[in-house]
Write a protein that binds this ligand. Structure first.
Ligand code: NAD
Length: 256
């Protein structure tokens, strides 16, 4: 379905980004990876699916590096047809104690980077009259949780950016939608499980159950593979008129 298309996925060396990159590669899309994780392993996993793979190590907190990444992707593959804004970080602290440097980093990486990649990707998508922008937001783009002010603010911002980008391109073949996962067991969440286990003197299994039980009625993690299939749907012809949605895959978290 996506043969001859190129997908750039930010923060795709692990977790959700890698899951989405692999799902798009299974549909034939060439992939541009980005992120600070296990680069060679991620490249090998995607290349094994029979598509071309490139990597750019841009730091998503740096607009000049983002611009260099977008130029490199266009030079390598002609243009970016599918943009997945996925890179993200977390920090947990109450508002009055939130380190200024962490606030700035979360807003830059989780929100502003999506603005920069989107503004740089749009002209070529508009010229081709086809494009897909998929923003990995979170349930925290829809509801709040204590101790996560910067993350919740950034993710609500991503949902807003998604709607405006969708509206500005609504009469074209360029769509923009957000995915809002609940808990997904990636390195980002394992750190929160570890912190809970340490703080309460629990085993990994007990802390995991507590984490899920607080928020997610299904008591199950959403998987990167499931999120990848939702991204594939957004890229399909059936989703031509899906514009500006924030689609949660959250085990019932926001239905409560
Ligand atoms: P992860 O830690 O496994 O992956 C994050 C990726 O972003 C990695 O590839 C990392 O190297 C990259 N990254 C971090 N800082 C970067 C920077 N400055 N520049 C470039 N790349 C950078 O985390 P994940 O759980 O897969 O998270 C991916 C996205 O999904 C994030 O936006 C996160 O907010 C969102 N999300 C995660 C969950 C969850 O439960 N795990 C739930 C909802 C939303």
């Amino acid at each position: 379905m996506l043969k001859n298309k190129t997908a750039l996925v930010t923060g795709s060396t692990s977790g959700i980004g890698l899951g989405i990159a692999k799902a798009l590669a299974r549909q034939g899309a060439n992939i541009v990876l980005n992120g600070f994780g296990e680069v060679e392993a991620a490249k090998a996993e995607v290349a094994a699916l029979g598509v071309k793979v490139a990597y750019h190590g841009a730091d998503m907190s740096q607009p000049a590096e983002i611009e260099a990444m977008m130029q490199a992707a266009a030079a390598e593959f002609g243009q970016v047809d599918i943009l997945v804004n996925n890179a993200g970080i977390q920090h947990v602290a109450s508002v009055q104690d939130f380190p200024l440097e962490r606030w700035d980093a979360i807003i830059a990486i989780n929100l502003s980077s999506a603005f920069h990649t989107t503004r740089l990707a749009l002209p070529a998508m508009q010229a081709a009259n086809w494009g897909r922008i998929i923003n990995v937001a979170s349930v925290h783009g829809l509801v709040g949780s204590a101790q996560k002010s910067a993350y919740v603010a950034a993710k609500h911002g991503v949902v807003g950016l998604t709607k405006v980008t969708a509206l500005e391109n609504a009469t074209t073949g360029v769509t923009c939608n957000a995915i809002c996962p609940g808990w997904v067991l990636t390195p980002l969440v394992q750190k929160q499980v570890d912190a809970k286990a340490a703080a309460l003197g629990l085993s990994n299994a007990e802390a995991t159950k507590l984490l899920l039980g607080e928020k997610e009625p299904s008591m199950q993690f959403t998987t990167p593979e499931e999120l990848g299939e939702l991204a594939v749907f957004f890229c399909s012809p059936a989703a031509n008129n899906v514009r500006g949605v924030a689609w949660n895959m959250d085990g019932g978290w926001t239905a409560q």
